[in-house]
Design a protein around this ligand. Structure first.
Ligand code: TYD
Length: 138
């Protein structure tokens, strides 16, 4: 997978004086079956999460509150996606190196995932990632 396979998806929003509402639907917005949901919160300023790639897992990331950057890297190109509205989601295909940083105070990152948690699905060494990418293994 390449950076070009990642994309921002605009989710529906109902603006209302009583408070806004957005939603995400499997069949309309998510290009995989959702298997798991996790979230990142209370991230201290300056911290970086998720410096790794997945062999199989795909993700859909939403900044439910606050803002943060998702940096994607396919071994050739690197791109930063800033998520700062709760009605945008970022689709992250498998096989990309991804980091999350620049978290604002009280930000909340929701991550929809295509697989169960599996430590063996992670590539945590950037040089190993580059080699697998170069060899077309991921
Ligand atoms: P991890 O994905 O390694 O976070 P990061 O890459 O940002 O450091 O997750 C941190 C820990 O949380 C890891 O030791 C395992 C656990 N974890 C689960 O048990 N289930 C999950 O769905 C996730 C995402 C993590």
């Amino acid at each position: 997978m390449r950076i070009a396979d990642a994309r921002i998806v605009e989710l529906p929003k109902f603006l209302d004086a009583r408070g806004n509402l957005s939603f995400v639907e499997q069949k309309n917005h998510i290009p995989f079956q959702i298997r798991r949901t996790y979230w990142l919160y209370d991230v201290p300023g300056g911290e970086c999460r998720g410096g790794h790639a997945y062999i199989e897992n795909q993700e859909f990331i939403v900044a439910l509150s606050g803002s943060f950057d998702v940096v994607l890297d396919d071994g050739v190109e690197k791109r930063t996606f800033t998520l700062n509205r709760s009605y945008y989601g970022l689709y992250v295909p498998k096989g990309l190196w991804r980091e999350m940083n620049n978290f604002s105070t009280n930000s909340l990152a929701m991550v929809l995932s295509s697989t169960d948690y599996d430590a063996n699905d992670y590539i945590r060494d950037y040089d190993v990632f580059l080699k697998l990418k170069k060899d077309g293994k991921i």
